[in-house]
Structure formats: structure tokens, C-alpha cells
Design a binder for this molecule. Structure first.
Ligand code: PLP
Length: 394
């Protein structure tokens, strides 16, 4: 049978960027001890109190079909959180509950793009971005955020790409993979460009609780932006609930009404007991979110300390997230060659920057998702490997 171009084109026939991860898993299956610094998943499990709330919700009967756009209680809870944290008045009609941020990325591009439209996204990028855009039939167009600008996107580059006739721009701050949070100036430039070029702005904010200094800047709060911004968020990173598949989209009422129809005709909503657990989790407040984020902040500082006093492996000091990006161009190796060599030589798995686009070539992304002791061991091995690469090149 003939498969549609849309389904066969999702990965555009290319690699999905997870080659090193797969190799590492194969080594583990063969009995080798690999330190995994690849995937963005906590080394702790979902908190017992949230699981208890989920269990109680099943026993209380939240096991039937749930409402397409989300339960009134959770939409209300999310609207209150967004209003309190961003200062932008938000009602339940501005909120759609989705099965995770990824589903939100798909839904928001369905709002913004018709088949064939050009959809901009910032490179380096989270691995699914181009495939998500292709899934809705649109054309992904990367805009490079350069290492020389500390991976802050340049409004002039976005405007130049938009002049080709784009309809939307997808951003992510704090950013995976770079760990960089966009500055006020960057955000204002983005907002100005979205106005000038009449773009939807899709803002992926799944790391908003993992910010190491300053306040999270959401572009929806900038003047005139609420009507053209769709914010994607989830409890995956903030509450260590990756497997529960629960998140939300916030945006203008009219768009949200239509996304409700999309939910009805695709997922048919999110499990009621997961929504109940999400309300409980949000009620645990900022203190709980800080506890979940704390190990990443501590390990970020540990990595920066370990890399001090040498200049072969240069960290991009992260403003947030569960990652540190390392510039290894001084070794003369590509990120891919370095990551593969490191895995084979020392059984340490990191992601090559090339998995996240062109702008991160010659870099590595280290996920801070193992205990401090193993992280330190892995970083020392990474430094040894880099030093050896330089010695054998010279
Ligand atoms: N956006 C970014 C930038 C991510 O890093 C991830 C997951 O790693 C997601 C979205 C997807 O998150 P979720 O588990 O909420 O679907």
C-alpha cells in the first residue's frame, strides 16, 4: 500500500540524531557499564505524593472519558498559575490540556501553519522540532543562533528568514540543548520581528522552572504579544512527570477553541486521573519545583568547576535547564566523532551538538542526569579524551 508523503517525510529520510544513544544502549545490553549523559530525564522518579494523588483519583472514579480541552479544574489551575507568574491575565478559555509538551508543539503548529507554509525555528533546536513541523505538512526553516553570540538569536536573521514568506517562529528559552536563556533584548527583538513580519510565535517553555539566575521571560507578556503567542509547557521537567504525558498550551481564545476540536479528533483528551494528579502537583508550589531543579543546578556548578583551568573543552555556562553545552572545537574533532570516540574509549555517552542542528556543530551536550559522583568521573574521562585528541593531533 502507498504511504503518504507526510508520514514518510517526518524524518525527511535523515537521521533522527539519536545514533550515540542507541549505540550506548546496545553496549549496555551487551553487559558494559555506560555513564549516560544523553537523555533529558531526571535520575529521580515522580514523587510518591503525586503518585498517591493519581492512585486516589483512579479510585475516586476519574477513569472514564475526559473532556477534550481538559478538566475545568485543571484548566482553572493552570490559568491561575500563568496569571500569577507572568502577570498576563489568563482564563481557562486560554488553556488547552495536552498529553505532554510534544503534543502541544504539534497542536500549535496546526494552528499556525497550512500545508506548504514555511515555519521558522531556532537552530540549535530540540530534536523533534523539524519533524513536528513536517508532521503538519509545513516546511521547517532553521534560523541559526550562533555560538559567537552565545546562542542568542539575532532578530535580523529571523527577519531575513521570515521575508521568504514564513507564518510562524518556534523558540525555546531556557534552551535545550544550549542551556541559554534568551535575554530581554533578544526577546524584544523577537517580539518586534513577529509584529513586523506578522508571525505566530510559538514559545516552548518546558524548562521555565530550571533557571539559575534572573526571572523567566515569557514573550507572551511583552506588549501586544498575547494575541499572537502560543506558549507550550508541561510537567515533564518541572515535576519529574515525563511518563505521565501532561502539559498545556496557553494562547488566544479563538485559537484555543479550535485546538479543542483538534484534541477531540486526535487524543480525545488526557486521562482524568493524570489531570487530577497534575492539579495536585501544581498545588505543591514553587518550593517543590525548586527541589526538583536543585540537583541540576548543583551539577551544573560541579561541571563548570571541573572544567576550570583548561581551555580545550569550553563550557557555555548555562542559565538554566538540565544540560551543559561544551565547545570542543579546539580538539579539531566534530561533535559526532568526539562523542563516538568517547563512548568507545571510556563508555561515557554524550550527545553530539550536530544532533541539534548546524549551529551546534563542534559541541557536545551533556545531560546532568546521573549522580554527582558518576558525573564527575565522566567529566574527568571526557577531559582526558579531549587532551589526548589534542596531543595526537599536535
Ligand atoms: N521541548 C523541549 C525543548 C524538550 O527538551 C522536550 C523534552 O525533552 C519537550 C519539549 C517535550 O517535553 P514533553 O515531555 O512535555 O513532551
Amino acid at each position: 500500500m502507498q504511504l503518504s508523503d507526510r508520514i514518510t517525510g517526518i524524518n525527511a529520510g535523515g537521521s533522527d540524531g539519536w545514533g550515540i544513544y542507541v549505540m550506548a544502549r546496545d553496549m549496555e545490553r551487551a553487559g558494559q557499564d555506560v555513564i549516560h549523559l544523553t537523555i533529558g530525564e531526571h535520575d529521580i522518579k515522580t514523587d510518591r505524593s503525586i503518585l498517591d494523588a493519581m492512585h486516589a483519583a483512579t479510585l475516586a472514579g476519574h477513569t472514564g472519558y475526559s473532556f477534550g480541552s481538559g478538566s475545568p479544574g485543571l484548566r482553572e489551575r493552570i490559568a491561575r498559575r500563568v496569571t500569577e507568574r507572568t502577570g498576563v491575565s489568563t482564563t481557562p478559555d486560554n488553556v488547552l490540556v495536552v498529553p505532554g509538551g510534544q503534543a502541544g508543539l504539534f497542536a500549535t503548529h496546526m494552528v499556525a501553519c497550512d500545508p506548504g507554509d514555511r515555519a521558522l525555528f531556532i537552530d540549535p533546536y530540540y530534536a523533534t522540532y523539524p519533524g513536528t513541523i513536517r508532521s503538519v505538512g509545513a516546511l521547517p526553516v532553521p534560523v541559526l543562533a550562533r555560538a559567537e553570540r552565545m546562542f542568542q538569536p539575532d532578530a535580523a536573521d529571523i527577519a531575513a528568514a521570515a521575508r521568504g514568506g514564513a507564518v510562524s517562529l518556534l523558540i525555546n528559552s531556557p534552551n535545550n540543548p544550549t542551556g541559554v536563556a534568551y535575554s530581554q533584548e533578544t526577546m524584544e527583538g523577537i517580539a518586534r520581528t513577529c509584529h513586523e513580519q506578522d508571525l505566530w510565535l510559538i514559545s516552548d517553555e518546558v524548562y521555565d522552572t530550571q533557571l539559575w539566575h534572573g526571572r523567566h521571560i515569557t514573550p507572551r507578556a511583552l506588549p501586544g504579544m498575547a494575541e499572537r503567542t502560543l506558549v507550550v509547557n508541561s510537567l515533564s521537567k518541572s515535576h519529574a512527570m515525563t511518563g505521565s504525558r501532561i502539559g498545556w498550551v496557553v494562547g488566544p481564545e479563538e485559537a484555543l477553541e479550535h485546538m479543542g476540536h483538534l484534541a477531540t479528533n486526535t487524543t480525545y483528551g488526557v486521562a482524568g486521573f493524570v489531570q487530577e494528579a497534575a492539579s495536585f502537583a501544581l498545588d505543591r508550589g514553587e518550593g517543590f519545583e525548586s527541589t526538583i531543579a536543585a540537583p541540576f543546578r548543583r551539577r551544573r556548578d560541579l561541571v563548570l568547576r571541573l572544567l576550570d583551568g583548561q581551555n580545550v573543552v569550553r563550557p557555555i555556562p548555562p542559565d538554566g535547564t538540565m544540560y551543559v553545552m561544551l565547545d570542543i572545537r579546539a580538539t579539531g574533532m566534530s561533535g559526532e566523532a568526539f562523542a563516538e570516540g568517547l563512548l568507545k574509549a571510556h563508555h561515557v555517552a554524550v550527545m553530539p551538538g550536530e544532533s541539534f542542528g548546524q549551529a551546534a556543530a563542534g559541541h557536545l551536550r551533556v545531560a546532568l542526569t546521573v549522580d554527582d559522583e558518576r558525573l564527575e568521573k565522566a567529566m574527568r574521562q571526557l577531559l582526558d579524551y579531549a587532551a589526548q585528541a589534542v596531543a595526537s593531533a599536535g
